[in-house]
Design a protein around this ligand. Structure first.
Ligand SMILES: Cc1cc2nc3c(=O)[nH]c(=O)nc-3n(C[C@H](O)[C@H](O)[C@H](O)COP(=O)(O)OP(=O)(O)OC[C@H]3O[C@@H](n4cnc5c(N)ncnc54)[C@H](O)[C@@H]3O)c2cc1C
Ligand SMILES: NC(=O)c1ccc[n+]([C@@H]2O[C@H](COP(=O)([O-])OP(=O)(O)OC[C@H]3O[C@@H](n4cnc5c(N)ncnc54)[C@H](O)[C@@H]3O)[C@@H](O)[C@H]2O)c1
Length: 468
């Protein structure tokens, strides 16, 4: 008889928690999963990735309908309300919940619904919705509790015109104008969504440029297209005060500017969900952002307590969280130690979409790497012309001597899919990672993938390294 009820207890059912639990169970571990929400899927399925991407999809369809004269012959040009758009977008959530529940069931994972906190290193207590408590013991605990929007104390989030990225999914009216404070990935994606609905958007960025981790050319393209879509982007701005009243919200900026809109969407930062875990009881503490420090095996400072997903900070992506969950399970099951998720691509679902992998031009320049650039514009790609989605560019950065691909940057329709073709080549070892792949391989025609061939020709012609 084991001294514990479970081998592993996982707290949180987002992508990192679910994949950790399933991988542990598949390796024969007696596994429990605890989730506060009555439904599994995490913030990813209920508040973050899935609802925002689904909203964006609906908005993209509306834009398409508005801009395509052919559709206007068959339907009138009606104005949709935000609640109608939300309703259409939210249909995907039950499908996600059903899929995740089935995955957990199939793998015989014991699910507890309630809020978990530590009693000691091997004991976790769960407070159920009705106040009842359940206690369980385990050799190993995985903290996968995710994150939530950061709410500064001087902004009244109880006011019905002030939203964050969770509560915006409950907005019951359609504002004519919206201020978005915070121009990180969430702020930029929501700016695209609301501008796409014809709402006047002010996007306030505390930094000098949008998404400064991107290649400059891509970040410039995003600024240009957001502005063209009707978003007023303002850089280097910080708020002084936020005042909401019955008819709108006024934000006063440290620069002296005063902006007013029908509603405010706050997108400035997130906090790790660690405050309810009673970490003191096990001698663990989170940093000022509520995040936990881990080593390259996702171990916290406390033996047999691991953490994965948003609660450990970078990269805070659903994509990486899946891998982190599987990675930590390998460590727990003693299978592998090379598990840290790195070389994570970015996939940003603005309009236009952005995706990138590897080094930017700025990084290569500062590292004094002799590189060249190959570009293809979607307006010159037959498939882009046919589909009418001809805004965009694919850019390949490669070493002038070895022809090794060093970075791929893409914006435009389906950029987040297109990037994975290049990723497969970049992942090859040694000389197999070579830009020549794209000129020595036959691509289906017409496809967006053909942009790789065009970009490779463009780059190789530039360094005269092609045998014609
Ligand atoms: C608006 C938005 C859009 C995003 N878009 C993308 C995108 O397009 N692509 C992408 O890759 N990433 C995206 N992300 C990020 C992505 O959603 C997160 O990185 C991902 O959800 C993190 O997964 P996780 O496993 O850490 O946990 P989460 O999904 O955060 O889930 C954690 C779960 O733990 C539960 N929990 C917390 N505390 C306790 C407790 N004490 N007891 C029991 N349960 C608890 C919570 O209820 C929650 O369900 C987006 C995020 C936001 C906010
Ligand atoms: N498509 C996607 O992959 C996607 C979509 C949405 C969110 N996410 C993830 O969710 C997480 C949260 O997104 P977010 O937009 O809230 O966060 P973020 O870190 O991108 O930034 C939010 C805002 O805070 C500001 N900020 C952040 N750190 C700062 C600092 N040190 N100094 C000054 N200003 C700072 C940024 O300029 C921005 O205005 C991100 O890690 C992101 O990767 C991913």
């Amino acid at each position: 008889m084991s001294e514990f009820n479970f081998d592993v207890v996982v707290i949180g059912s987002g992508p990192s928690g679910e994949s950790a639990a399933i991988s542990c169970a598949k390796n024969g571990m007696r596994t429990a999963l605890i989730e506060t929400r009555p439904q599994v899927g995490g913030n990813c399925a209920h508040k973050g990735t899935i609802p925002s991407k689904s909203l964006r999809h609906v908005v993209k369809q509306i834009i398409r309908f508005k801009n395509e004269a052919l559709f206007r012959v068959v339907g009138d040009h009606r104005r949709l309300t935000f609640p109608q758009v939300l309703e259409a977008a939210s249909r995907v959530i039950p499908k996600q919940v059903e899929m995740h529940s089935a995955n957990l069931n199939r793998n015989r994972i014991q699910l507890y619904v309630g809020e978990a906190y530590f009693k000691d290193q091997n004991t976790v207590e769960v407070t159920m919705a009705d106040g009842a408590k359940e206690t369980m013991t385990a050799r190993t605990v995985v903290i996968a509790t995710g994150s939530r929007p950061y709410r500064p104390a001087d902004v009244d989030f109880n006011h019905p015109r002030v939203y964050d990225s969770d509560t915006i999914l409950e907005m019951a009216h359609t504002p004519l104008s919206l201020i978005i404070y915070g121009a990180g990935v969430i702020g930029c994606e929501y700016a695209s969504i609301f501008a796409g609905l014809g709402i006047k958007v002010d996007l306030l960025n505390s930094r000098e440029r949008l998404l400064s981790f991107l290649d400059d050319e891509i970040s410039d393209a995003l600024s240009y297209h957001l502005r063209e879509g009707g978003v007023m982007v303002r850089h280097n701005e910080e708020y002084e005060s936020v005042k909401a009243d019955a008819s709108g919200v006024t934000i006063t900026l440290k620069s002296g500017k005063r902006l007013r809109a029908d509603a405010l969407l706050w997108c400035n930062g997130r906090t790790g969900n660690t405050d309810q875990l009673n970490l003191d009881s096990i001698g663990l503490s989170a940093d000022h952002r509520g995040q936990l420090a881990v080593d390259e095996n996702y171990r916290t400072e406390i033996e047999d307590i691991y953490a994965v997903g948003d609660v450990i900070g970078w990269p805070s992506l659903a994509s990486a969280s899946f891998d982190q969950g599987r990675g930590v399970a390998k460590v727990i099951c003693g299978q592998d130690t090379e598990v840290f998720a790195k070389d994570v691509p970015t996939g940003i679902y603005t309009l236009p979409e952005i995706s990138s992998l590897g080094k930017t031009e700025r990084e290569l320049t500062s590292q004094k790497v002799p590189y060249e650039v190959g570009r293809a514009f979607f307006k010159h790609v037959a498939r882009g012309q046919i589909s009418g989605e001809d805004v965009g560019m694919l850019k390949i950065l490669f070493h002038v001597d070895t022809l090794e691909i060093l970075g791929i940057h893409c914006f435009g329709a389906e950029a987040s899919e297109i990037i994975h073709i290049g990723q497969a080549i970049m992942k090859q070892q040694g000389e197999a990672n070579n830009i020549n792949y794209f000129v020595s391989t036959t691509f289906n025609y017409p496809t967006m993938a053909e942009a790789y061939r065009q970009a490779a020709f463009n780059g190789l012609n530039r360094v005269k390294r092609m045998t014609h």
